[in-house]
Design a protein around this ligand. Structure first.
Ligand SMILES: [Zn+2]
Ligand SMILES: [Zn+2]
Length: 947
């Protein structure tokens, strides 16, 4: 046999001091060079799809633990379902429209006010800058995505600003419009005076840092009744700037009010709110039903506006939203409040909008004109105080929302805007949620349902520039044209449409069907959440691309993002899916928690409260990060603190333990020249250790599969980790004597190798979706196949599961624990065999298992005495009961093995040893175990390599 043949079936030797990060780099290179990712898709049948929709990250963002976290389950389940035989398309996407980009460009062009975009810069130049900006996508993303081992098609990423994507968004809008789910109307939304645009409440709600607690004066104002000089309604408010234009007061018709006399004036307020009154003595004059106050007129504090004909003003109206929980049970109404506006419209009250879209009080509002609205607060209060119209002022702590982009304080403002009619959709939204599989379950009827129940109509138009246009052409006569495709728009306008962005799209005019005049597009662009919510369709340019059927991708099987998306992306997808097709927009959703800084605050460079993710990845590698996070409660929607220690422990723990068992197997298999080819028939080992580990292994397959099928990653990771520990600390440990040149039972060797090979192979498959690198390395060496990720998910063999044996082994390990602690207490080293020991316990162990215990605790005879509840051992601790000669022999072997390591002698290489003395009865034993060629007497202990 020549050398070539001799090593033909040998395994590649394992590097013991492995650096996982380096290994991962090599594997990434291997995957790329051999197109393993592409093969993993193409090798699966086209008609068996598992679809996944990626929530596109924002182009402006830089990768952080949060974005990496989301990538992990996306990659895990993609790999898992591929191994289960599905074709899993995975294309990256970029979200690049909206305020974040506009803000960056504003900064670059030093734009301070929104109106400068039109007046100084020009929309054309502004949009060109936005386009340039989004095309310079940070190269850092690709590094991270590669590094964490995420398989995704980066090159063909879809972009929300591509014309094809935008056309699908246009189509989505049209579908919703035609179904009657979109309307234009005057409604109150959160509004940013810096960005001069309405903001979605969920954009603010996504990050708790957008809310600030502040203390401001709360005021109780006096409104004099028109027909009753000394009687005032007391109304409570925290927005003095709105007192400039308060055309009505509201009471709850169902509440009881009282009229009181205090310091010669009469006040009306809800009976339950007397605690707000000043401490001066007062008497209750009469009780009044809320409904009786309706229609009373009052004298306004300011009268800057003419009252339009047919409109009411300065009158008390009834409204159910008024409560006695806070304030006086009397509320000032202004157009700048959500419920206020609804009530005012209902009661036909004059609407007054006195603040412009940059937060400035408009012309014609007396001394307040031209002032920033917040600045008027103090002046209004001083003025009313002077005029004796202020009853009381006190400090009030409340939470205010801030712009998620520019951090400017937001206010509620009436907007003539485009809305999705959520109220009309609500029942369906709640119904379609029933069909979604949420993991963890509690979000389904918890946060998501609550959010659905409370959701207001969704303001989907933005008074901005960089986004998909609101695709509506509106004539002055009121006629509208809403195209659902570029072709339709081109036909109608007779113009070529090359770009759907402003200002190009604004140049497209159509002829009104009704009156023949030229109609313009409405000026707004769409909320970018409409775009990301349309991702299912738009990423495939549906329905324009030929050969794509809806059922092939919608609803997708799986999406995964963090809890913040419950009110955002999950919600917008759900609204659009339900509106278009009356079905859920996704079948399964995994909700991750948030990774917080080491101090429990949000991770922030300013706080320096998190370890640098790039450095960590370079140091410990991706598999460890994946094991750490995929096994953490963050995968069950819980928030966790980032911990370098826990990350590092994955390397020291699971990764190295597994690597060492793998190393042990490969090293000895090579020494014993065992390989899969030398295995003539599939052996059925009768060895208890083999049967035990195979039983555990098959249980593991069942548990991991069950977990992953439910989108639970924590249980599978935990179970695999526990298994690896059992495999190393019990199976491999107890099998050490079965292999190598010192072992002579060839049949048992085969049994061991076959079993351990099987175990390592299946572990690498079960681990493949979780830790794709280490599993790839092991699997390829164990099988000589191309990739673990091209292999099929293992199936359990129920015949190998032996619950009884597992219980016996559990008992055996308990007994070992007890016996070892007995030795420790008696200060007898494990190396010195005890001749006899007795044990008591719940059951008598079978001989096959008992033998393993004897070996482990180094006892020649271990006899069962009687039943007791727990395991106990008893033994004579005198020298009489110790096999000292054997102990000495083992001590010598230990020393020689240590020296072999120091001399770096291979494990299958014999050494010559010089010793002053040794127990002659055990000479053969020593020579065999320590692989000694010549054993000679000499004054000093010495190990010589065998030259
Ligand atoms: Zn803003
Ligand atoms: Zn018209």
């Amino acid at each position: 046999m020549d050398n070539k043949d001799k090593y033909k079936n040998q395994f590649k030797a394992v590097i013991p001091g492995i650096e996982f990060s380096k290994l991962e780099e090599e594997i990434t290179k291997y995957w790329k060079e051999n197109k393993i990712f592409e093969k993993s898709i193409e090798s699966r049948p086209e008609n068996k799809k598992w679809t996944f929709l990626d929530g596109p990250p924002f182009v402006t963002g830089v990768p952080h633990y949060g974005s990496l976290l989301s990538s992990l389950p996306k990659d895990l389940f993609g790999r898992y379902f591929t191994m289960k035989g599905y074709r899993v398309r995975r294309v990256w996407g970029w979200d690049g429209h909206g305020l974040p980009i506009e803000n960056k460009v504003e900064n670059k062009l030093e734009i301070k006010r929104k109106r400068d975009i039109e007046e100084k810069i020009g929309i054309d130049k502004f949009i060109t800058e936005c386009k340039t900006y989004v095309e310079q996508v940070s190269a850092e993303w690709e590094w991270y995505i590669d590094k964490i081992g995420r398989w995704v098609d980066f090159k063909n990423a879809y972009k929300t600003w591509d014309i094809s994507y935008m056309e699908s968004v246009m189509w989505v809008f049209k579908q919703m419009y035609d179904k009657g789910y979109i309307y234009k109307g005057l409604r109150v939304s959160l509004f940013c005076p810096h960005c001069s645009t309405p903001i979605s409440n969920f954009e603010v709600a996504m990050d708790s840092e957008n809310y600030k607690d502040i203390t401001e004066p709360a005021n109780t104002y006096k409104y004099q009744l028109k027909n009753n000089k000394d009687t005032y309604l007391l109304a409570w408010s925290t927005t003095p700037w709105n007192k400039i234009a308060t055309p009505a007061l509201a009471v709850n018709p169902k509440l009881t009010y009282i009229k009181i006399k205090q310091n010669n004036e009469f006040y009306i307020l809800a009976e339950q709110t007397q605690k707000i009154l000043k401490s001066d003595p007062y008497e209750v004059i009469e009780k009044i039903k809320g409904s009786d106050l309706i229609g009373q007129e009052f004298i306004p504090h300011y009268k800057f506006y003419e009252i339009e004909k047919g409109k009411k003003a300065f009158i008390v109206v009834g409204a159910d939203f008024v409560t006695a929980d806070e304030g006086t049970g009397v509320v000032t109404l202004a157009a700048y409040g959500e419920e206020d506006l609804v009530a005012m419209k209902k009661e036909n009250i004059q609407l007054v909008m006195h603040v412009d879209d940059e937060g400035m009080v408009k012309e014609g509002v007396g001394q307040f004109s031209g002032m920033y609205y917040l600045k008027t607060n103090k002046l209004v209060n001083e003025d009313l105080e002077k005029r004796n119209l202020m009853y009381k002022q006190e400090d009030h702590l409340h939470t205010i929302p801030n712009c998620w982009r520019c951090q400017t304080r937001l206010y509620y403002a009436p907007q003539n805007a485009w809305f999705v009619d959520i109220k009309n959709l609500k029942e369906k939204l709640i119904k379609t949620n029933e069909k979604i599989n949420w993991y963890p379950k509690h979000f389904k009827y918890g946060r998501f349902l609550k959010n659905l129940e409370n959701a207001p109509d969704w303001n989907i138009s933005r008074s901005r520039y960089w986004g998909s246009p609101v695709p509506v052409w509106e004539c002055t006569c009121g006629q509208r044209f809403v195209p659902g495709s570029i072709k339709e728009l081109e036909e109608k306008s007779g113009q070529k449409v090359k770009d759907l962005h402003r200002p190009e799209i604004d140049k497209i005019k159509i002829k009104c069907d009704k009156c023949g005049k030229a109609a313009n597009r409405v000026p707004e662009v769409l909320d970018s959440w409409i775009e990301s919510g349309s991702a299912s369709f738009a990423e495939r340019h549906f329905p324009f691309e030929k050969n794509i059927k809806l059922e092939d991708f919608f609803p997708p099987d799986f999406i995964a993002e963090y809890t913040g998306q419950i009110r955002a992306w999950f919600y917008t997808l759900h609204v659009i899916g339900t509106a278009l097709y009356g079905c859920p927009a996704f079948k399964n959703v995994l909700v991750e928690g948030v990774i917080l800084g080491t101090d429990g605050r949000k991770m922030s460079k300013n706080y320096g409260n998190f370890p640098d993710s790039k450095k960590m990845l370079e140091k410990y590698g991706a598999d460890a990060l994946r094991l750490y996070l995929l096994g953490s409660p963050v995968m069950k929607g819980e928030d966790v603190l980032i911990s370098e220690e826990q990350y590092r422990n994955q390397v020291k723990g699971t990764m190295l333990i597994l690597w060492n068992t793998y190393n042990f197997f490969i090293t000895y298999a090579n020494i014993d020249k065992w390989n899969m080819g030398s295995q003539k028939v599939k052996v059925k080992s009768q060895n208890s250790l083999d049967r035990w580990i195979l039983s555990k292994l098959n249980n593991l397959i069942i548990e991991v599969t069950k977990g992953l099928d439910k989108y639970d990653t924590v249980l599978p990771v935990t179970k695999i980790q526990k298994f690896i520990e059992d495999f190393s600390t019990w199976y491999i440990r107890r099998s050490r004597d079965r292999v190598g040149l010192s072992a002579d039972n060839n049949e048992d060797k085969d049994n061991f190798y076959f079993t351990a090979h099987q175990v390592l192979l299946i572990i690498s498959q079960l681990l493949a979706p979780i830790a794709p690198f280490i599993s790839e390395e092991m699997y390829r060496n164990l099988t000589s196949e191309e990739s673990v990720h091209l292999s099929n998910w293992p199936r359990e063999d129920n015949q190998l599961i032996d619950k009884q044996l597992e219980q016996e082994m559990k008992d055996a390990r308990k007994l070992v624990e007890v016996a070892l602690s007995f030795r420790k207490q008696a200060e007898i080293k494990v190396r010195i065999p005890l001749k006899e020991m007795e044990y008591c316990g719940p059951s008598k162990l079978k001989e096959a298992v008992l033998k393993i215990v004897r070996d482990e605790i180094n006892v020649h005879s271990l006899s069962f005495k009687k039943e007791e509840k727990e395991f106990l051992v008893k033994a004579d601790t005198s020298d009489e009961n110790k096999d000292l000669k054997m102990g000495e022999a083992r001590e010598i072997i230990r020393k020689i093995q240590g020296e072999r390591k120091n001399l770096k002698v291979k494990m299958d290489e014999k050494v010559n040893v010089i010793l002053p003395d040794w127990p002659k009865d055990h000479e053969d034993f020593i020579k065999r175990k320590a692989l000694i060629g010549k054993l000679e007497k000499g004054p000093l202990f010495k190990v010589l390599g065998n030259e």
